[in-house]
Design a protein around this ligand. Structure first.
Ligand SMILES: [Zn+2]
Length: 171
């Protein structure tokens, strides 16, 4: 398990934490880097309100990015929650998201490769061959003449992005 400070050096993981719990959440995560702490200790170190800290912790808990150990304080008699991070899970979430994007892009690529498109110069609409031919190669919006679109560049862009994503997923 890597709870070292290096994990936030990974921009994808940092971005994920920011998206889930914001800047304040990032402060909480920084306190929990490589050590365990109670919600009160975290509040003290971050100068955040205890309720804000708890909200952030439970959100992290929901995503299984943090967990707690509950112990009973023998003197005061109530429960103390000691938190620790589980950021291994963060890489899994990041990978799963990339996988989804990859599937989306692959579908898009297939569509681009299997279709011929026409376009209207007036409104830049992109119309597949079937629809264009039904309209006698006239734009359905403005009746302008539709022209063949070379989507090779688009296809290459998609292929490049797919390759890039696949490479980052291998790490
Ligand atoms: Zn048009």
């Amino acid at each position: 398990m890597d709870n070292g400070k290096t994990i936030l050096a990974n921009p994808e993981i940092k971005q994920l934490i920011l998206e889930l719990v914001g800047e304040e959440g990032l402060d909480v995560v920084r306190v929990l880097m490589g050590k365990k702490a109670t919600d009160e200790e975290i509040a003290e170190e971050t100068a955040l309100k205890i309720n804000t800290v708890r909200k952030i912790l439970y959100k992290l808990y929901d995503y299984r990015l943090a967990r707690y150990i509950r112990t009973k304080d023998k003197e005061i008699g109530w429960y103390i929650y000691t938190w620790e991070l589980d950021l291994d899970r963060a890489s899994e979430i990041v990978s799963a998201r990339k996988q989804r994007i990859l599937e989306e892009l692959s579908k898009q690529l297939e569509f681009e490769m299997n279709h011929v498109f026409f376009s209207c110069k007036n409104d830049f609409s992109k119309i597949p061959f079937g629809e264009a031919s039904e309209n006698n190669f006239r734009c359905p919006k403005c009746n302008g003449i539709l022209e063949y679109v070379d989507n090779q560049e688009n296809i290459m862009k998609l292929e490049k992005e797919i390759e890039r994503l696949k490479r980052t997923l291998k790490h």
